[in-house]
Design a protein around this ligand. Structure first.
Ligand code: CU
Ligand code: CU
Length: 347
């Protein structure tokens, strides 16, 4: 039944919708209040890929980007651990992680800052770390750490951008697909304009047989090689920001740092109902795109998207490769006036 609904919703989403605006607006508000029901297809609210605001679950990963610390030296210590995580409603996964989270912690520094990095392997197999934000000889620093070992070094984040970090132990596709990645944001020396900022890390899960007696899934290597994921997600969990929309204000400047960890699928990043004012492709400050609708974020890359939402309402963000959006790479920006968002009574 669910698959049928999804198929129906997708068909609705990709065809030209002819419903009059009044009907769509009514459907949207009714859905937001009552949650999705079977006679209330999700195409009305989320571009067809997920229910909006229908589940009591809160989003497990906070997508908001905290301001950078002022220090010029950042001490960073990450532990690599194998833990079971939730990647979709009812779906547990035996993940390999940085600090027990997928994606790993978001790191933020300023151009020219020094990162004093310590890596510990608390897992039972070798792992490593590859910082795309660093310029180092991999043969010296991106080396395998045996279980129980640690490694410490410093690097200078010389180039601004939205960078991926990941385990680089072979087979890399396996270590990434199991959850070993995250984002490192390097702010330019001249600060960007103030904005409401979020980090979205897109990635895939390929679920196979149970890894242990808990029933958590493990990696299906053949699905990975066939690039046929079960879930494509933002920040580690399918559709979490559809069920728990990201709250913003109409008209405010939004800045989305979108890092694509893959390991396989290109993200064709798009906000339904919005047009990007500027996009810094792969984080480069040179020649930002202006006034564009959809921009690819390559696997292993990270781009910075700036936009404003014109009026109150729900604005889905997706990879416009809709098979992947259907598999969970969908969320919602919910634009509401501040008094509505905070639910504060006026004096
Ligand atoms: Cu690893
Ligand atoms: Cu890499």
């Amino acid at each position: 039944m669910l698959r049928l609904l999804l198929a129906l919703a997708l068909a609705l989403a990709v065809s030209c919708r002819t419903a009059p605006p009044e009907r769509e607006a009514a459907g949207r508000s009714a859905t937001a209040e009552a949650g999705r029901t079977d006679d209330n297809p999700p195409a009305d609210v989320s571009h067809g890929e997920a229910p909006v605001g229908a589940v009591a679950d809160s989003a497990p990963v906070d997508a908001r980007l905290a301001p950078a610390e002022r220090a010029r030296l950042h001490t960073l210590r990450l532990e690599m651990r194998h833990v079971t995580i939730s990647i979709a409603p009812g779906q547990r996964y035996a993940a390999w992680t940085f600090d027990g989270r997928v994606p790993g912690p978001v790191l933020r520094v300023r151009q020219g800052d020094t990162v004093d990095f310590t890596l510990l392997n608390r897992a039972n197999i070798p792992h490593s770390m590859d910082f795309h934000a660093a310029e180092l000889a991999p043969s010296r620093y991106y080396v395998n750490l045996m279980p129980g070992d640690s490694l410490q070094y410093r690097f200078v984040a010389r180039v601004p951008g939205a960078f991926m970090y990941h385990c680089g132990t072979a087979p890399v596709a396996m270590h990434i697909a199991n959850g070993m990645y995250g984002a490192l944001i390097v702010d330019p020396a001249t600060p960007r304009p103030a904005a409401h900022e979020f980090v979205l890390v897109q990635s895939e899960f390929y679920t196979g047989g149970a890894a242990d007696s808990s029933g958590a899934a493990s990696l299906d290597w053949n699905k990975l090689l066939g690039q046929s994921p079960d879930h494509v997600v933002f920040n580690g969990r399918a559709s979490q920001y559809a069920t728990s929309p990201l709250e913003v204000a109409p008209g405010e400047l939004l800045r989305l740092y979108v890092v694509n960890a893959g390991p396989n699928r290109i993200s064709s990043f798009h906000v339904v109902g919005g047009i990007f004012e500027r996009v810094f492709q792969d984080g480069s400050l040179a020649n930002p795109l202006r006034g564009v609708q959809t921009v690819n974020v390559p696997v292993g890359g990270g781009s910075i998207f700036e936009l404003r939402l014109a009026e109150p309402g729900d604005y889905p963000f997706v990879t416009h490769a809709f098979a992947d959006a259907t598999k969970g790479a969908v969320g919602v920006l919910r634009a509401q006036a501040a008094t509505v968002r905070g639910a504060r009574a006026l004096p």
